[in-house]
Ligand binder design. Structure first.
Ligand SMILES: [Zn+2]
Length: 246
């Protein structure tokens, strides 16, 4: 994940969120699969209705989309949009089981998800929504066991949640481990960058990941700047640790 969220959001949005008619073309294709998953259904409905999907929007707080997410969990339209309302709505059914939204996300097909317009922003909003309701664990527990997780989703969960030990320390640790493996395999610069920013000590302690980080730094001025800044930061690795790339 980039240190400049706007730059990254726009660049990636252009590529994958259907701004150039791509979304219209695939709109019909996954409809059956989409309808089978209430989260995907909400993502497409939000696109159709033009709901704001800007994470952390200071004007509307992505209210319309979050209302759609709450509706999946059975929160009545007149209820406030807070964690307590979700808890009340769910208490009528099975309070200890994951709610419908968490279940839908845990089971979501990443390939079909990535056909949806603004899927990345939608996922970002939904994961925070679940975290506020202490249900992020159900989703990450399911995802971390999957055979393959797209790099951008690894990156998103790492940067927003796992680095801060969400949903819990054990799962955050497993997630970081997966990210280290994926970074070594794919050499994806965005992921390498996120790892260096999120958990420099883990990168430094893993010889493969350390090598990949150094290689990324040699290729990318952006990664190089981060590595250099970490070297100067009291929280980051000591300068001599990262010295060969500064
Ligand atoms: Zn907004």
């Amino acid at each position: 994940m980039s240190t400049n969220p706007h730059h990254r959001r726009h660049r990636l949005a252009d590529r994958s969120s259907g701004h150039s008619g791509f979304g219209d073309r695939v709109r019909q294709i996954p409809s059956l699969f989409v309808r089978a998953n209430p989260f995907l259904d909400a993502v497409w409905a939000a696109a159709d209705e033009g709901a704001c999907m800007t994470t952390g929007c200071t004007e509307c707080g992505t209210l319309d989309f979050r209302r759609m997410l709450a509706t999946i969990d059975g929160v009545p339209a007149e209820s406030p949009l807070n964690a307590e309302a979700t808890r009340l709505a769910r208490a009528e059914h099975a309070p200890d089981a994951p709610g419908a939204l968490a279940t839908a996300l845990a089971a979501v097909d990443f390939d079909i998800l990535r056909l949806a317009p603004r899927w990345y922003d939608a996922l970002d909003i939904a994961l925070f929504h679940l975290r506020d309701r202490a249900e992020l664990r159900f989703v990450i527990e399911a995802w971390v066991r999957r055979e393959s997780v797209p790099t951008r989703i690894l990156d998103l969960v790492l940067f927003r949640h796992a680095r801060y030990a969400f949903p819990d320390e054990r799962l955050a640790d497993l997630w970081i481990e997966r990210c280290l493996d994926a970074a070594c395999e794919s050499m994806d610069e965005g992921l390498v960058e996120s790892l260096i920013l999120s958990c420099p000590e883990r990168v430094g302690a893993d010889p493969r990941a350390y090598r990949v980080a150094m290689e990324a730094a040699a290729r990318s001025a952006c990664v190089r700047a981060i590595v250099r800044r970490l070297g100067d930061s009291p929280d980051g690795p000591k300068r001599n640790h990262w010295g060969d790339c500064a």
